[in-house]
Ligand binder design. Sequence first.
Ligand code: APR
Ligand code: PHB
Length: 393
Amino acid sequence: MATRRTQVGIVGAGPAGLLLAQLLMQRGIATIVLEQRDRRYVENRIRAGVLEQGTVDLLGEAGVGHRVAVEGQVHGGIEISLNGQRSRIDLARLTGGKAVTVYGQTEVIRDLINARLKAGGEIIFEAEEVTPLDLTGDQPRLSYRHNGEVCELTCDFIAGCDGFHGVCRSQIPKSVLRTYERVYPYAWLGILAEAPSPSHELIYASHPRGFALFSMRPPTRSRLYLQCTPDTDLAAWPDNRVWDELRLRLGPDDAGMLNEGPVLEKSITPMRSFVAEPLRHGRMFLAGDAAHIVPPTGAKGLNLAASDVRYLSWAFFQHYETGDSTRLDSYSKTALSRVWKAERFSWWMTLVLHKASEEDGFEARIRMAELEYLLSSQAAMTALAENYVGLPF
Ligand code: APR
Ligand code: PHB
């Protein structure tokens, strides 16, 4: 059996694990990343694409701020289309100049992997059967199999950045772990198309036929979503039907703005809210989707992974540079406080924008009142704007 040692053993090469590895590397803290998939798979997963300014800043601190600064599209507003009528929410004016940056998660991942490998950092792709061991002892370990060989990595700490389906969260004893969950009765059918998006800003559309989102992957592609049921069969949605439905949900005045083009990818995204508490067990810390999931409506998944990693990296800096573990001890509480606020916002955005059940007339009327109020009240728009651009740390 091959045995090795590192300071922080990181499970998962998603945004959380890779960003943590880069930040720690900048301050001389040794890490090894274990990832179950191959590099190609990790680099080609298509996911959300809206970055809060805090996330962009953190990428800069991690030494990967260059490409996002050049290629990312800064958006000072979003549009809400209510029953075919568009209104703009001026994020910049309502938040004192803050904005979001549209830059695909796929690009973030590529930047992080390239930077790590260039700097001589290690990512062990195709690490099988990764198992965290001895979490409550002084020397936690990660056992895994690589190229058929059984290996063991001894660490000071383990960072569980292995996403919702990872192994780390399940190592926390049931008597300690508490989970909170909401599964929504709808999903998103998403396409990536080789065609410019209908507007230069994102359009969130609430329509009697259901929600639709018109987003983009600059410079030339659009990323478009339709509310559907979780059991939707993609075979029933040929491209023509998707384009027709997108036009209908944009409404007759705006339907002409939609540009059709070859569909490069089509998939269904389920919607759930989930939080696991606490984010620490012994010497293992959870960050990102390993600990929490948000429905994609508020575009918070990647940003929450980044904010966890910000707190966790500060805690490791303090521990290794001063010997003080106060921040490691308070990590779970501090990170969860921000997580729950983003959970609340994502839940709220999801409920107000999606079509409620046909039978529940009361819920549908309340939802309409909420949207009309939102679009007519500076106070309500400000509340949306400050959450959308990202709450402070
Ligand atoms: N062993 C090793 N690696 C694992 C294991 C395992 N047992 N299980 C999962 N992984 C890897 C996955 O293959 C994936 O590459 O962990 C990584 C987790 O990455 P993400 O799922 O992207 O999670 P995270 O880094 O927390 O990023 C959250 O990703 O899901 C999106 O929208 C979400 O933007 C958010 C972001
Ligand atoms: C995306 O571009 O994929 C996207 C944008 C905004 C969201 C969700 C997804 O709220």
